[in-house]
Design a protein around this ligand. Structure first.
Ligand code: GCU
Length: 348
């Protein structure tokens, strides 16, 4: 995957730190030079935190991270600085999350699939074919159910801050168009490092290959795997569309994402600072969601123009995919079937 340059903020922080002049410089937190809010008179930074993001610089979640950093710097007058490290330079999601648990890294944005290995109840929110559409998912996450999940992190050493959008995921591969459930047979499909995603690909008749996001491009290129699954912006941003041209819109699941703080980091902060961080996370999430819908459209347009073959499943075939994964609800979420039912009933 493309490795992004370290953020502008990092440059600023490093320059200040290296010159030994903390507190005597003006500090600006920003990701997009066009959106520079202008310098603020900086207080001496009391905290300089690290934020890990595995997407490229221009990706909506990365831009959301820069917005978060910018807001925090503004609201604390430079007392709290967030150093956003994009492009996966700090490692894959699983190992970054492990570092968050003991405070080696302070913040990250993470997909719920690998996160559910740390907080299993989260599998409920990414069950295949659970939501009718994006609005349904947001009604759930922004409502009482989403809040209950935010309170389910006890003992995980992770503090959830806000939900980010990641659209719906679809299958793609380099071998053939997937038009029917039988077309999945024999394909080796990369999945996220998640038991439930492994189970989903097995239930659909293909063979799962769990690996980190950064490894997928070369695995596709060398033929170590035949395909993968992801949303439009990831398919486009990683250039997977150049090496796996058949993209089937089956929308098998919506996997929301979370901004997280390390519990040891959180415990160092005053309640007022915790409150500020929460507010900035929520504000950055609104920004990310807005960028997300724009980027989904642009990415789809770009891969269509590049000549990828985009396949829409017929309603009858989609039903076969749905039926094939139905047993997963009991298998992975048997303790939470009441919540699953409440989600299905939301907005009806
Ligand atoms: C999405 C998500 C990433 C994740 C990736 C994956 O792109 O935003 O955080 O790593 O899916 O498939 O691993």
């Amino acid at each position: 995957m493309r490795r992004g340059l370290p953020g502008v903020l990092m440059g600023v922080v490093m320059a200040v730190v290296l010159s030994g002049c903390i507190g005597s410089e003006q500090t600006v937190a920003k990701g997009d030079p066009d959106k520079n809010q202008g310098p603020t008179e900086a207080a001496t930074p009391e905290y300089v935190f690290t934020y890990a993001e595995n997407q490229a610089e221009d990706y909506p979640t990365t831009q959301g991270a820069y917005k978060f950093a910018e807001l925090i710097s503004q609201k604390t007058n430079g007392r709290i600085l967030i150093n956003v490290q994009a492009g996966g330079v700090l490692g894959d999601e699983k190992s970054v999350c492990e570092q968050l648990q003991f405070g080696g890294i302070d913040f990250m944005r993470m997909s719920l699939s690998p996160l559910a290995e740390f907080v299993p109840k989260l599998n409920v929110l990414q069950l295949p074919y659970l939501y009718r559409d994006a609005d349904h998912m947001w009604q759930v996450l922004d409502g009482a159910i989403g809040k209950d999940f935010m309170n389910s992190f006890e003992g995980s050493n992770l503090v959830p801050l806000s939900w980010y959008d990641a659209g719906a995921r679809n299958f793609y591969n380099s071998v053939r168009p997937i038009r029917r459930l039988e077309d999945m047979k024999g394909l080796k499909i990369r999945v996220q490092e998640s038991e439930m995603m492994i189970g989903m690909v097995e239930a659909l008749g293909a063979s799962p290959a769990p690996m980190s996001y950064a490894e997928v491009y070369s695995a596709l290129q060398t033929g170590a795997i035949n395909g993968a699954e992801n949303n439009w912006p990831s398919y486009e941003s990683t250039s997977h569309y150049e090496v796996a041209k058949f993209y089937t819109i089956d929308e098998h699941n919506r996997v929301p994402e979370l901004q997280l703080c390390s519990q040891p980091t959180w415990d160092k902060l005053s309640m007022a600072d915790q409150e500020t961080i929460k507010e900035c996370a929520l504000e950055s999430a609104e920004y990310e969601r807005m960028l997300w819908s724009e980027r989904e459209r642009k990415s789809e347009e770009k891969v269509r123009q590049a000549g990828c073959q985009i396949i829409e499943l017929s309603p009858g075939e989609k039903q076969k995919f749905q039926d094939a994964v139905k047993p997963m609800y009991e298998k992975y979420c048997s303790d939470y079937m009441d919540i699953v039912d409440a989600i299905i009933d939301t907005g009806k």
